[in-house]
Design a protein around this ligand. Structure first.
Ligand code: FES
Length: 144
């Protein structure tokens, strides 16, 4: 079930990434992020920590940030929502780098959807662990 997509960025807009982006958009209406993956080795922040300013994140894109000294990516699926994921690749632990709506691992080529953490290209075996966040007063803050 491939849907025609209007957002091909540069090289290879795979069906999976397009599909995943659609799912992320549908699931991220008010807050965003997570709840889903329970097998997380994500940082466990306390609630209310600011991760980024929403306006620093391009809509449909993501930026790198730090949470308690751990690398994370903070994405903005829609203009008013944000999501946050560990930036540690689930393959062998390299730090992924966001670019557009994806996050690229420099070590062995895994690619993740930066809006929902899902694997777009292996060898990563599982999604990036999600960190629960919400948007409050223009800031992306942790909720747990
Ligand atoms: Fe990321 Fe291997 S550590 S692809």
């Amino acid at each position: 079930m491939s849907t025609p997509a209007s957002s091909d960025r540069t090289a290879e807009p795979s069906r999976r990434s397009v599909l995943a982006a659609g799912i992320a958009g549908a699931g991220a209406l008010t807050l965003a992020a997570c709840g889903g993956g329970s097998s997380s080795s994500a940082p466990k922040p306390h609630a209310g920590q600011s991760v980024a300013k929403l306006d620093d994140i391009p809509v449909g894109g993501a930026i790198s940030a730090q949470l308690d000294g751990d690398p994370v990516i903070v994405s903005r699926p829609t203009s008013s929502t944000a999501a946050c994921f560990s930036a540690i690749c689930t393959h062998q632990g390299c730090t992924v780098r966001p670019q557009g709506g994806k996050a690229f691992c420099p070590c062995h080529g895994s690619i993740f959807n930066a809006l929902n953490g899902k694997v777009v290209q292996t060898p990563a075996p599982s999604p990036l662990p999600a960190i629960a966040v919400e948007v409050k007063n223009g800031e992306v803050v942790t909720t747990s």
